[in-house]
Design a protein around this ligand. Structure first.
Ligand SMILES: Cc1cc2nc3c(=O)[nH]c(=O)nc-3n(C[C@H](O)[C@H](O)[C@H](O)COP(=O)(O)OP(=O)(O)OC[C@H]3O[C@@H](n4cnc5c(N)ncnc54)[C@H](O)[C@@H]3O)c2cc1C
Length: 467
């Protein structure tokens, strides 16, 4: 569909980073934007939590905690544009399994027992890295977006490949899953394509702690700064339940029965919400959107969580060590069930010395005292699977069709801030908004163009720079 003229009204459904990115970019290019978010605050999964501490109140991120600096080219441009500082965060994992403890220091018993598997894992990473390099030109920068359709590793499940390399099934259950579940938000990873193995290892290495980046402040500020010039267009606690065509535009309705109009729609929420809101979804919309799989469809481990300060959930001899040195504690029981705790206060420099353990426990099986909040994960993320990768490519047939555009996690190859943010910029570009940063020869611009190829099947010629 042709670009909408500046001044046209665009309704963005979903106020996570993808929707807010689309609205921010469109507003800078002169469009009249409105964001509709069903939660009481913008942010989606990037929630900010307020803790009472000795000194009064402190804020922390809750679920979306950190990101790998070398891959987040556009998100970092955004933070710099908004004047928001970042800080570096060591990410270390402590795993307690019925067969022993593993804690990335090379000395624990599980590490010794699985030493041969670790050597084979290193070999797998080297070999898959070489195959990926063969299918992608080497001079390309570190990117989450470049992938080759011809790479056979797209079609090989990583689990099957580990077995071909002689890696034991125990290594997968005792080490790989307990560590990666915290970043992939699922324990169901056997269908994950092998092509992602080198990327995973470069973000979260299995054998040693990694360094990631986080906000020096809380994520709340990102959303406040992005929307400060169009506050009147932000509707929170406003769940969109119907989107119907009216004349050349749309009428949309929220759960309270309020009606709004728009010339274009950007859906930046989960696929089931979109299908529920579309009045008469076409066959293509039903097929493509109906096929998106979310982590809680296949695995309930991360479907609910408890926010608390009860340190008795950690085993006694290691309690103090976990509280001060480890970012994530994962405990597997005899039946293979997994409980995972983000130790928010352990390593974030801003939270470390506030005198209060800040814990988020998923799939808790213990009696936890002093619960601050008990929450059902409202916005699950899509699974990292071959099916979703194929579906993501089919989305380009829907983009812009009849004035409806899509962005957000499921329109991207993985799940993460930079990806959702960039998907919002691409949805805005397909309506007519300009790229909001300098259009130079940087990795950020290369990623932006690559994301256009993924989402739209082509690169849209650049619009004049927005101010
Ligand atoms: C537990 C967890 C931890 C994560 N940790 C990280 C991390 O550390 N680093 C990282 O980079 N990524 C992380 N991710 C991935 C992260 O979710 C994405 O980076 C990003 O938040 C996705 O943004 P989004 O805008 O696409 O979707 P969301 O954040 O899911 O936003 C979608 C929004 O749409 C709203 N919505 C849905 N339906 C409607 C409706 N009908 N009407 C109005 N509004 C609606 C929802 O309320 C929500 O606010 C994590 C994900 C999860 C689930």
């Amino acid at each position: 569909m042709a670009n909408a003229r500046p001044g046209a009204g665009v309704a963005v459904v979903g106020g996570g980073i993808a929707g807010v990115a689309a609205a921010w970019s469109l507003h800078r290019s002169g469009y009249a934007v409105e964001i509709f978010e069903r939660a009481p605050a913008l942010g989606g999964n990037a929630r900010t939590f307020r803790w009472s501490v000795d000194a009064g109140e402190a804020e922390s991120p809750l679920l979306v905690i950190a990101w790998p600096q070398k891959y987040y080219h556009n998100y970092l441009r955004l933070l710099s544009e908004l004047g928001l500082a970042t800080t570096s965060l060591p990410i270390a994992y402590f795993v307690k399994h019925p067969h022993g403890v593993f804690c990335q220091d090379g000395r624990t018993e599980l590490h010794r027992r699985r030493a041969a598997d670790f050597r084979r894992w290193d070999r797998l990473i080297r070999v898959t890295g070489r195959i990926n390099d063969f299918f992608l030109p080497k001079e390309r920068h570190d990117s989450l977006y470049h992938f080759s359709y011809w790479n056979p590793l797209n079609l090989v499940p990583l689990y099957a490949l580990t077995r071909c390399f002689g890696i034991s099934a125990r290594f997968w259950d005792e080490i790989f899953v307990p560590i990666h579940c915290a970043s992939l938000i699922t324990t169901s990873m056997k269908g994950m394509p092998a092509v992602v193995a080198p990327l995973l290892e470069s973000v979260v290495a299995l054998e040693r702690p990694s360094r990631l980046q986080t906000w020096a402040d809380s994520p709340r500020h990102v959303f406040e700064r992005m929307t400060e010039r169009f506050r009147e267009g932000v509707h929170t606690s406003c769940e969109i339940t119907a989107v119907r065509r009216k004349g050349p535009g749309f009428e949309i309705e929220d759960a309270a029965g309020r009606a709004f109009t728009a010339d274009r729609i950007v859906f930046a929420c989960q696929a089931p919400s979109i299908l529920a809101a579309l009045e008469q979804p076409s066959w293509l919309e039903r097929t493509v959107l109906g096929r998106v799989r979310y982590v809680d469809d296949v695995d309930p481990t991360f479907a609910r969580f408890v926010v608390h300060s009860d340190t008795s959930i950690f085993p006694e001899p290691d309690r103090e060590r976990i509280l001060s040195n480890y970012n994530t504690y994962t405990e597997v029981d005899e039946e293979g069930r997994l409980e995972c705790t983000f130790v928010l206060s352990a390593q974030n420099p801003a939270l470390k010395d506030l005198g209060r353990p800040m814990l988020v426990t998923f799939n808790s099986r213990k009696a936890i005292g002093k619960i601050e909040a008990q929450v059902e994960l409202p916005n699950p993320t899509h699974t990292l699977s071959l099916g979703n990768l194929a579906n993501m490519l089919l989305m380009r047939w829907l983009q812009g069709r009849g004035g409806i555009h899509y962005c957000g996690s499921f329109t991207t190859p993985e799940g993460g801030r930079d990806l959702s943010f960039l998907s919002g910029l691409v949805a805005a570009r397909s309506i007519g908004a300009a790229y909001p940063f300098a259009m130079d020869a940087s990795p950020a611009v290369a990623d932006y163009h690559q994301m256009q190829r993924i989402m739209l099947g082509r690169v849209v010629p650049d619009a004049p720079r927005a101010v």
